[in-house]
Ligand binder design. Structure first.
Ligand SMILES: [Zn+2]
Length: 491
């Protein structure tokens, strides 16, 4: 028997993650000691929510078919008492016992066991499963754990669904969906590419799927910079390249929205309302606002101080979202003055009026501080002063790494220390290959707050979600669409 880790007490970060009985994490997996996990197995579930047993039985049927274990209700045992997502599990010769406070905790328990279950050995086809004997007490140290996913025209929708399903399996509980011109608005069809495939029905299907598997989808619209809905290095523009008649809504080069035009706020509110409704009115909506270079380049915008225009725009969108019961999330970089020596070595693009914008910014807005370097000024990545700065000003702040893998766990621990809002793993155009694996795997362990386990295989987890989708196309398998670039065979 090997004890993987026994974590020390965690800091208190939210009311539901509070206080007196700070949770511990314990993982004891008995190597090579397997017991049956099939129709002969009884899974005893203790959960106050009666929906949990029904959910578990239905999903066992979906995952294991005729070999689904039988779910019964049983007595509660060790569960972090204040942690709504915590769970405990015991697997031994008598069967499986799960204890959880909520359906969410039940889901995470079932996902952990699913990642560890393998097909019974020695037969032609699967005739049941086996699980290692284990004892687990587990809970996250951050309540908000998201992936940020880019729905590029070049990415197959099947891959986006696999990414959403895999994020849930790895216990992320939110996915921010940035559509990159692929959301098919009915109110403003000119806004997106003609081939937009993120239709209302597709959004609703994915939102319902997310609800079932435990991940809430958060829509995003870039409401300031990145208004082209395309990467800057392409100079594509999802609206103006095909519909130049909408030019007054944007600054002349199209990268930023024209903030002095009252039609801009009207259009954005209509798009936000439409998308928010399609996404099932989630509690958050990401308004983007990063890299707003070239803002205020038009003759109308220059008449008003930039800080005044920007603040009115941000707070207007935040207030509108509040009327819809949601909080705005926005990227941080325009809120830090780029010449301020305190942020040397950190990402910041704000003008000199950045601090005055922050001073007037609505506290309803959650600031998403994206920092993509491994080493910060203190060299070991433990200190994230920009996040502390926002938190000290009274803002909810989320830390957002990308491929800076070494920074992920220290960043997450720093967020716990400063009572931060949460953790957002960004993925951008790198949701493929080993990058996908590393971003998801290392991001998930950091967000949850547990050490990387070699008992959980990324490739098996990715295959499970493909199996759940019943994929049949070669392109929808593995973490690359093709194993050899098709162009190699062109000549
Ligand atoms: Zn303008």
């Amino acid at each position: 028997m090997k004890t993987f880790v026994r974590f020390a007490r965690y800091a208190v970060i939210t009311a539901c993650f509070a206080a007196s009985a700070a949770p511990t994490q314990t993982f004891k997996i008995e190597k090579g000691q397997y017991v049956p996990f099939d129709a002969t197995t009884t899974v005893s579930l203790a959960c106050p929510d009666p929906a949990a047993a029904k959910w578990l039985q239905a999903h066992y049927k979906e995952w294991y078919g005729d070999y689904a274990p039988k779910v019964t209700t049983g007595p509660s045992f060790v569960v972090p008492p204040e942690n709504s997502e915590g769970y405990a599990a015991i697997v031994d010769e008598t069967g499986v016992k799960i204890s959880a406070n909520t359906l969410a905790g039940t889901r995470w328990a079932s996902y952990t066991l699913r990642q560890l279950a393998i097909a019974k050995r020695g037969t032609f086809k699967t005739e049941g499963y086996i699980l290692p004997k284990l004892t687990i007490e587990d809970c996250p140290h951050l309540a908000f754990r998201a992936v940020h996913l880019c729905w590029f025209p070049e990415v197959r929708p099947q891959q986006m669904e696999r990414a959403i399903r895999l994020a849930a399996l790895l216990k992320f509980n939110y996915a921010i969906i940035e559509p990159w011109g692929m959301y098919k608005s009915e109110k403003h069809p000119w806004w997106s590419w003609p081939q937009a495939n993120l239709t209302k029905s597709e959004v609703k299907r994915l939102v319902a799927l997310g609800k079932d598997i435990g991940i809430t989808l958060i829509p995003q619209i870039n409401c300031y910079g990145h208004a082209s809905a395309s990467r800057g290095c392409t100079i594509k523009h999802s609206a103006l390249d095909i519909h130049p008649e909408y030019a007054p809504l944007y600054e002349p080069d199209g990268w930023c929205w024209c903030l002095s035009n009252p039609e801009t706020q009207r259009v954005l509110r209509e798009l936000i309302a439409e998308m928010h409704e399609d996404f099932g009115n989630p509690p958050y909506f990401h308004i983007g606002c990063d890299e707003a270079f070239g803002a205020q380049s038009c003759p109308a915008c220059v008449k008003t101080p930039h800080g005044e225009l920007a603040l009115k725009h941000f707070n207007g969108l935040s207030a509108f979202l509040k009327t819809r019961g949601a909080r705005a999330m926005m990227w941080h970089d325009m809120l830090l003055e780029k010449s301020d020596p305190r942020w040397a070595g950190f990402i910041k693009f704000g003008r000199k009026e950045a601090s005055s914008i922050l001073a007037g910014l609505s506290k309803d807005i959650i600031i998403c501080d994206w920092q993509y370097w491994d080493k910060t000024k203190d060299k070991d990545g433990k200190d994230w002063p920009t996040m502390t700065y926002f938190a000290d000003k009274g803002f909810s702040v989320a830390g957002c790494p990308w491929m800076n893998y070494k920074a992920m766990m220290p960043m997450a621990k720093h967020l716990v220390k400063i009572n931060g809002f949460g953790f957002i793993e960004t993925t951008w155009h790198r949701l493929r290959g080993k990058d996908w694996e590393n971003m998801y795997k290392l991001g998930a362990y950091a967000a949850w707050g547990s050490p990387v386990s070699h008992d959980v295989s990324f490739q098996r987890s990715l295959r499970l979600v493909g199996n759940d989708m019943k994929v049949t196309d070669y392109l929808d398998t593995g973490y690359l669409n093709n194993q050899v670039p098709p162009a190699w065979w062109a000549n």
